[in-house]
Write a protein that binds this ligand. Structure first.
Ligand code: LLP
Length: 389
């Protein structure tokens, strides 16, 4: 049986699959972040909403006093609905539509993370039409690699993200010549699920170089935004439920040289919500094939796409089997008509049978939000601890 982290008795009667967010752990995680950011003058977290936009989860994050990093009009709206002050919302993305820019301007968001000159021109034009000034921060591609999956490294010159370093001064002077934009900062992001602090050291060194360059030209920068990227322990979610925020923030405090009065913004997503969420699914059948034993569950790649898309590992816990049962080897697979609909190959679990509830752990980030209706399956519902009190 599970160690009591999950209200298993209540789960038994529920329709599966669904997401469950342990909001006690979420609140502890938020407090752990706060404790670190409070130590350093000018540090501020804008939660990366792309990781999970469940409204109940967002409420906890607003209540803890964090801002938001959005990448679409839909995310901006979700944040406004959840109670984030517009002045604490930043808006990034390589392809912002006109209506999304308008929404951000009308709401009065803190700033836009701008990724190209054509985008800057459109923002200036729309702000002119609305008779306001858009605060803009430039996303610079720092050409710093990160030790992570190729699909989620973003800071290399070959990636589609950001403005090339050599164009930095040019875009800043262009902004200065425009009537409806105000330059307020520089933005960076090198990738996701990063566990080596050296990658963040490399980014800090790059930011220092660029800041020195601007300083020599008398250009002041109000905000530095280093994006997100801190990884979590997918292998041992129960042993490491809260990421090492001390190591993360102190790396920046040691290596990134902030100028007096400058603010340092962070956009963590995965590290905030990853460990508190699980996909709860039920075993439908156990099937012995010619060479494999399959545990066929009712959740699939439409509910949690990370294993199929990135070959990602999620720890699977059988919540209802007696832990003392002999361990057996299973391919844990979903019901969807795709060979890639596999959560784990050759996975060792206690003897599993029809009706058992399984938790796919560490699924709070990029889980529910990436679910889709493939095979006309209903989207999974997200529940939080409060729903079971
Ligand atoms: N800021 C920017 C500009 C980003 O592109 C991202 C993530 C973040 C912040 C938040 O990064 P985090 O702290 O969560 O690592 N779906 C993939 C992850 C894609 C990340 C995209 N950008 C996955 O399931 O692993």
């Amino acid at each position: 049986m599970s160690e009591g982290l999950f209200p298993v008795a209540q789960f038994q009667t529920m329709r599966t699959p669904f997401y469950y967010y342990d909001t006690v752990l979420l609140d502890q995680t938020l407090q752990a972040i706060k404790a670190q950011t409070d130590l350093h003058e000018g540090y501020h977290l804008h939660y990366a909403v792309k990781a999970c936009a469940n409204p109940k989860v967002l409420r906890h994050i607003v209540t803890a006093g964090f801002g938001a990093d959005c990448v679409s009009g839909g995310e901006i709206q979700a944040c406004l609905d959840a109670g984030f002050p517009a002045s604490e919302i930043v808006f990034a993305g390589v392809g912002k539509s006109d209506w999304e820019i308008e929404l951000g301007l009308k709401a009065g968001i803190q700033y836009f993370n701008v990724e190209s000159i054509p985008e800057l021109e459109v923002i200036n034009e729309i702000a002119g039409r609305l008779d306001c000034v858009a605060r803009v921060s430039f996303r610079i591609n720092p050409n710093v690699g990160a030790h992570t999956h190729a699909h989620i490294t973003t800071g290399l010159a070959e990636n589609k993200f950001g403005i090339a370093m050599e164009d930095m001064e040019h875009v800043i002077s262009l902004a200065a010549s425009m009537a409806h934009v105000e330059f307020v900062g520089l933005h960076f992001h090198i990738g996701s699920q990063i566990l080596e602090m050296d990658d963040f050291v490399a980014l800090s060194n790059r930011v220092n170089e660029l800041q020195d360059r601007l300083e020599r030209q008398g250009i002041a920068v109000k905000n530095i935004n280093v994006g997100g990227g801190l990884g979590i322990d997918y292998q041992h979610p129960s042993q490491h439920p809260i990421p090492d925020f001390e190591a993360y923030f102190s790396t920046y405090a040691t290596h990134l040289k902030l100028r007096p009065g400058q603010h340092l913004h962070f956009e963590l997503g995965r590290a905030v919500v990853g460990q508190c969420g699980s996909l709860i699914t039920r075993c439908l059948y156990v099937k012995k094939g010619a060479v494999k034993q399959f545990a066929i569950v009712d959740g699939g790649m439409s509910d949690l796409i990370r294993p199929a898309l990135y070959g990602a590992f999620h720890f699977i816990e059988n919540l209802t089997a007696e832990k003392s049962l002999a361990r057996e080897t299973y391919d844990v697979v979903g019901p969807i008509c795709e060979s890639s609909d596999v959560f784990a190959h050759d996975y060792q679990m206690p003897h599993t049978q029809r009706g058992d509830l399984l938790a796919l752990r560490s699924a709070g980030a990029y889980g529910e939000i990436m679910s889709c209706g493939y095979n006309c399956r209903p989207l999974p519902i997200g529940y939080v601890t409060e729903d079971f009190r």
